[in-house]
Design a protein around this ligand. Sequence first.
Ligand SMILES: C[S@@+](CC[C@H](N)C(=O)[O-])C[C@H]1O[C@@H](n2cnc3c(N)ncnc32)[C@H](O)[C@@H]1O
Length: 219
Amino acid sequence: MRLDVFTQIPHAFAWLTEQRPLAGILGGELELRLFNYRDTTPLRAGQVDDEPYGGGAGMVLRVDVVAAALDAVYGDAPSHRIVALSPQGRQLTQAVVEELALEPHVTLLSSRFEGFDERIVQHLCSDAISIGPYVLSGGELPAMVLLDAVARRLPGALAEGSGEHESFSAQLEGGLEYPHYTRPAEFRGWTVPDVLLSGDHGRVDTWRHEQSRGRIVPS
Ligand SMILES: C[S@@+](CC[C@H](N)C(=O)[O-])C[C@H]1O[C@@H](n2cnc3c(N)ncnc32)[C@H](O)[C@@H]1O
């Protein structure tokens, strides 16, 4: 998969790319490219945003700047998915992550300050995704959230089996994962459920599925 991120802060992604699972699949299953709008802006002095028409606080990412950045990388009319990261987009869920992980090529556009000129989302993007119903200061963290979530679904990203019985997976019928315990078996009188110490894999599986079905996301 090729994943391109357009941002004003490409260096923000450095730590994520040094960590697993990304580090393990970069250059293999995942090709990540970071582009800075400032490098291709047609405006002087690296300008990428401007004051909003109609007045008001904050700066808005310009449509001509984003169009120039996309043209410089893809030429005109790219045919792959171009996603604006926006609190006004479709909410990111595990189902959306799985859908994106199947795409051969995805571009993420991030913005800062007041956000995108609306024409960017309308005319240059295929869709918009939000990582949750709250407002962050920029699209870099949302891009990294999406990048990490997608990367761990790609072949070779995780140790075999470790991504299968996770929260929201089909194996757990979309539910939450069962609880985990490790040594010590008792700490301050807090014990580990006997079934997990029984060595009976059938009982352990049944217990885990029951626990998973009984768990609900707190509101
Ligand atoms: C301060 S926000 C702009 C918020 C916008 N003025 C609004 O009220 O909807 C700046 C940028 O951060 C990113 N961003 C902030 N919150 C986000 C979220 N929940 N999901 C995805 N991107 C987000 C987007 O790229 C957004 O354009």
